[in-house]
Design a protein around this ligand. Structure first.
Ligand SMILES: *[C@@H]1O[C@H](CO)[C@@H](O)[C@H](O)[C@H]1NC(C)=O
Ligand SMILES: *[C@@H]1O[C@H](CO)[C@@H](O)[C@H](O)[C@H]1NC(C)=O
Ligand SMILES: *[C@@H]1O[C@H](CO)[C@@H](O)[C@H](O)[C@H]1NC(C)=O
Ligand SMILES: *[C@@H]1O[C@H](CO)[C@@H](O)[C@H](O)[C@H]1NC(C)=O
Ligand SMILES: *[C@@H]1O[C@H](CO)[C@@H](O)[C@H](O)[C@H]1NC(C)=O
Ligand SMILES: *[C@@H]1O[C@H](CO)[C@@H](O)[C@H](O)[C@H]1NC(C)=O
Length: 699
C-alpha cells in the first residue's frame, strides 16, 4: 500500500482503483494528500490492514469510496463526515469496531451505505435521517444494540434496509409503512419483539421480507397489497393464530418459511402451498392438513368442513349476485346524482379527512398564495394552463398548519385555461388519475380548487408539489429555459432520473388498481425537486385502460386530433392504434435516448427517414460512444488520459452507456410486440446504475 504515496503528485487524479489485488499493509497517511480532484477510491478485495487515516476528509470531492473485503480495523474516522459529496460508502467485510459513526448523518448525499460484517457497536444513530437520498443501507452482521430509530423510516428513498444479525431490541416501528419504495427488508436474527405493524402493507414494492430469528408475536398481519413478494421468512418467532390465507394469492412467491412459530389450524392448499419444497412449516405443533408432502396430521373433521365449504360456495354465489345487483342500483343512483349536479362537478381527489378539509381551498386563498397570480410567480405555461409558484404562508390561515408540516410552505398552483377546449376534461382526467395513486416519483396533487374567479368565471386549479429544479427539458436543452444554462447533468444524475421515471411508469402500469397510461411522457413533463429526484407529472391526457377509451387524444370522438406530443408519441397511435401501456414504453425509450444522446427526437437531423431510434440502433454497439452526449463524456473522462483507456472506470462507463442505448432502442421499437416491458426496463436500468456505481460484492 505504501506505493500509493507516489501518486500524491498526480494532481488531476480522479479515480483510483486497486481493487481485487493482493495489496497488504496499512493505508499510508499520505493518501490524504492525494489530489482533491479524487472522486472514486476503490480498494476492495485486498488484504489492507490498519485504520483509515482521519485526514481522509481532505478528499472533499470524493463521491465513491469502496473498501469492502479487507482487514481494516479501528474506528471509522470522523473525517468521513466531511465528505459532503459522498454517494457510495462501502466498508463492509472488515474489522472496524467501536461506536457506530454518528457523523454519517453529515454525508447527506449518500445513496449506498454498507458497513455490514464489521464489529461495530452501539446503537444506530437517528442522525442517519439526514441522509434522505439513501437507497441502500446495509448494517448487518455487527454488534449493534438498542432500538431501530424511527427516524430511519423517514428516508423514503430506501430500497434496501438490511439490519440482520445484530442485537437490536424493541419493535418494528409502524413508520416502516412510510417506505413505499422498499424492496428488501431484513431484520432477521436480532432480538426484536412485539407485533408486525399492519402499515407494512404500504410498502408496495416489497419483494423480500426476512423477519426470522426474533421474538415477534401475535397474528401475522394481512399484507395483501404486497403482490410482488418473492421471498418471505418469518421462521423462529412466536407468531400465533392461523396462517394468513392471503399468502395463497401472492403470484410470485417462491419461498415461504413459517417454521418454529406457534401457528395453528389448517395449512392453506393453494398457491405456494402446493409446492412443499418451497415452503417450510416444521416446528408448529398445532398445524394440520396442507399438502400431503408436509406430513402433517390431517385436520379433525375435514370432511364436514369440505361439505360446509361446498354449501358455502352456493351461498357465496348467491351473495355475489346479490352484491352485484346492489352495486348496479347504487351506481345508477350515483350516476343520477352526478348528472343532476353536473353544473358544479366537484371531484374529490383525496380521502384523508385533513385533506378533505383542504378541499375547501378557495380562489381567494390561491390568489393570496400566488400574489394575485403575478407574473413574477409564473413558473411555466403548459399545454392546458399556467403554473404559478405559491406560498401557503401568505394565506395565513391556521387550517393549513398540518398541511404545511407535511408538504412545506411552497407549492405549485396549476391554473387551467378553461377557454381552451378540453381543459375541463383534462382537469377531471388529472384528478381521476391521481386520486388513488401515490408514488414518490409521481407529482402529487395536494388539493384542488373548483370555484368561481373574481370575474365570475369558472376557475379550476390543482395544488401540486413545488419542484425547485424545474423540468428535465430545461436541463437537457438549456437554451429553451433560462434557469439552468450553466448546469450540465452528470451521468449519475441522468441515470437516477431514468430509473425514477421507470419506477413511476411501472407503478402506473402494474401497481394501480387499473393500469393507467400516461399518454404524454416527455422531458417537459418530468419535474425535478431540489434533490434532483424525478417526478412524472401532467396527467392531463392520462387514461385508465379499463374504461374502454381507445385513444390518448383529448377529444375521444375524433381520431384525427393530436395525441400526445410529436416525437414522443408511439407510431401506432398515429395509425389509429388503441391506447396501451406500450405507447408509454415507446415514449420512455425515446426519452432515454434523448437523455443520453442529448438529441431531441424532433431535431432537424431526423427530418428524413432517419429517426432517433434508428440513429441509436445503427450506432450499436461499436459506435455507441459517438452518439452519446459529448458534454457528458467530457465530464466523465476528464483526467482519464490515453494510457488509461482500458481502466476499469472507462470500460465500465462504456458498458453502461451501451446498455442504456440498448434499453432505449428496445423500448422504442416500431412493433409493439418487440418492445420491452417497463418492469424489465426498470430492472435493467437499476442494474446499469448499480454497475456504474460499482455496487455489489463482485465488483
Ligand atoms: C513530487 O514532485 C516534487 C517536485 O515536483 C518532487 O520533488 C517529489 O519527489 C515528487 N514526489 C513523488 C512522490 O514523486
Ligand atoms: C501532505 O502534504 C503536505 C504539504 O505538501 C506535507 O506537509 C505533509 O507532510 C503531507 N502529509 C502526509 C501525511 O504525507
Ligand atoms: C458535520 O457537519 C457540521 C455542520 O455542517 C459540522 O459543523 C461538523 O464539523 C461536521 N462533522 C464532521 C464529523 O464532519
Ligand atoms: C409466545 O406468545 C405467547 C402468547 O401468544 C406467550 O404466552 C408466550 O410466552 C410467548 N413465548 C415466548 C417464548 O415469547
Ligand atoms: C426454515 O427456517 C428454519 C429455521 O430458521 C431452517 O432451519 C430451515 O432450514 C428453513 N427451511 C428452508 C426450506 O429453508
Ligand atoms: C417448487 O419449489 C422449488 C424450490 O423453491 C422450485 O425449484 C420449483 O420450481 C417449484 N416447483 C413448482 C412447480 O413451482
Amino acid at each position: 500500500m505504501s506505493s500509493l504515496s507516489y501518486l500524491t503528485n498526480c494532481s488531476f487524479l480522479q479515480i483510483l482503483s486497486v481493487a481485487k489485488n493482493r495489496l497488504t499493509g496499512a493505508l499510508p497517511r499520505s493518501i490524504t494528500n492525494l489530489s482533491t480532484n479524487l472522486e472514486g477510491l476503490y480498494l476492495s478485495e485486498n488484504q489492507i490492514t490498519g485504520s483509515i487515516p482521519t485526514g481522509i476528509g481532505n478528499l472533499f470531492n470524493l463521491i465513491y469510496s469502496g473498501m469492502p473485503s479487507n482487514l481494516m480495523t479501528g474506528m471509522i474516522p470522523e473525517g468521513i463526515g466531511m465528505l459532503s459529496k459522498l454517494q457510495v460508502l462501502d466498508l463492509s467485510v472488515n474489522k472496524f469496531s467501536k461506536e457506530f459513526p454518528s457523523f454519517i448523518g453529515n454525508n447527506t448525499q449518500l445513496f449506498v451505505l454498507s458497513l455490514a460484517e464489521n464489529n461495530l457497536e452501539g446503537s444506530i444513530p437517528s442522525t442517519l435521517e439526514n441522509c434522505q437520498r439513501l437507497s441502500q443501507l446495509y448494517l448487518g452482521f455487527n454488534n449493534l444494540v438498542g432500538c431501530i430509530p424511527k427516524q430511519i423510516f423517514s428516508i423514503t428513498a430506501l430500497h434496501v434496509l438490511n439490519l440482520e444479525a445484530n442485537s437490536l431490541v424493541g419493535s418494528l416501528p409502524m413508520e416502516v409503512g412510510n417506505l413505499n419504495g422498499l424492496g428488501i427488508l431484513s431484520v432477521s436474527n436480532n432480538k426484536l419483539s412485539g407485533e408486525i405493524p399492519k402499515s407494512l402493507d404500504n410498502c408496495l414494492g416489497l419483494e423480500n421480507l426476512f423477519l426470522n430469528g426474533n421474538f415477534f408475536q401475535g397474528t401475522f398481519p394481512r399484507l395483501s397489497s404486497l403482490k410482488g413478494m418473492l421471498q418471505m421468512d418469518i421462521s423462529r418467532n412466536n407468531f400465533s393464530g392461523r396462517i394468513p390465507e392471503y399468502i395463497e394469492t401472492l403470484p410470485y412467491l417462491q419461498y415461504l418459511n413459517l417454521s418454529y412459530n406457534d401457528f395453528e389450524g389448517q395449512v392453506p392448499q393453494e398457491g405456494i402451498f402446493k409446492n412443499a419444497s418451497a415452503i417450510s412449516v416444521i416446528g408448529n405443533r398445532k398445524l394440520c392438513g396442507g399438502s400431503p408432502a408436509l406430513l402433517l396430521p390431517t385436520c379433525p373433521s375435514q370432511d364436514s368442513k369440505k361439505q360446509r365449504r361446498r354449501f358455502s360456495t352456493g351461498r357465496m354465489i348467491a351473495l355475489i349476485i346479490g352484491s352485484v345487483l346492489c352495486l348496479i342500483l347504487l351506481l345508477s343512483i350515483v350516476f343520477y346524482c352526478v348528472r343532476k349536479s353536473k353544473k358544479h362537478p366537484h371531484p374529490h381527489p383525496v380521502t384523508d379527512p385533513l385533506e378533505e378539509q383542504l378541499l375547501k381551498i378557495s380562489y381567494g386563498d390561491l390568489c393570496k398564495a400566488t400574489d394575485g397570480f403575478s407574473s413574477a410567480n409564473l413558473i411555466g405555461v403548459g399545454s392546458y394552463g399556467s403554473v404559478y409558484k405559491g406560498s401557503l404562508d401568505l394565506i395565513g390561515k391556521t387550517i393549513y398548519k398540518g398541511f404545511l408540516d407535511r408538504i412545506g410552505n411552497i407549492v405549485a398552483v396549476k391554473v387551467l385555461n378553461l377557454q381552451r377546449g378540453g381543459a375541463s376534461k383534462s382537469f377531471i382526467a388529472e384528478c381521476k388519475a391521481l386520486r388513488n395513486v401515490r408514488h414518490r416519483n409521481l407529482l402529487k396533487i395536494h388539493t384542488i380548487c373548483s370555484s368561481i374567479d373574481s370575474k365570475g368565471d369558472d376557475f379550476k386549479a390543482l395544488v401540486l408539489d413545488y419542484m425547485a429544479n424545474g423540468n428535465l427539458e430545461q436541463w437537457l436543452h438549456p437554451g429553451s429555459g433560462e434557469q439552468h444554462q450553466s448546469k450540465n447533468l452528470s451521468l449519475i444524475q441522468r441515470l437516477n432520473i431514468a430509473v425514477d421515471v421507470a419506477f413511476a411508469l411501472n407503478y402506473l402500469h402494474n401497481s394501480c388498481e387499473k393500469p393507467i397510461v400516461h399518454c404524454d411522457l416527455k422531458p417537459s413533463n418530468i419535474l425535478l425537486n431540489d434533490d434532483m429526484n424525478a417526478h412524472v407529472g401532467d396527467f392531463g391526457l392520462a387514461r385508465f385502460l379499463s374504461e374502454g377509451i381507445s385513444s390518448c387524444s383529448q377529444n375521444h370522438t375524433s381520431s384525427r386530433s393530436i395525441k400526445g406530443t410529436i416525437g414522443y408519441v408511439a407510431p401506432e397511435y398515429g395509425m389509429g392504434g388503441e391506447v396501451s401501456t406500450f405507447g408509454d414504453i415507446y415514449s420512455y425509450g425515446i426519452l432515454l435516448l434523448e437523455i443520453f444522446t442529448g438529441k431531441k427526437p424532433t431535431d432537424e437531423i431526423f427530418n428524413g427517414s432517419l429517426s432517433l431510434h434508428q440513429f441509436a440502433k445503427l450506432a450499436l454497439p461499436e459506435r455507441a460512444m459517438e452518439i452519446v452526449d459529448q458534454s457528458l463524456l467530457l465530464v466523465e473522462f476528464e483526467g482519464l488520459n490515453e494510457s488509461q483507456t482500458h481502466t476499469n472506470a472507462r470500460g465500465r462507463l462504456e458498458m453502461c452507456l451501451v446498455s442504456i442505448i440498448n434499453v432505449g432502442v428496445a423500448c422504442s421499437r416500431i412493433s409493439i410486440k418487440d418492445r420491452m416491458e417497463i418492469g424489465d426496463a426498470m430492472v435493467e436500468m437499476q442494474g446499469i446504475r448499480d454497475l456504474y456505481l460499482g455496487v455489489g460484492r463482485n465488483n
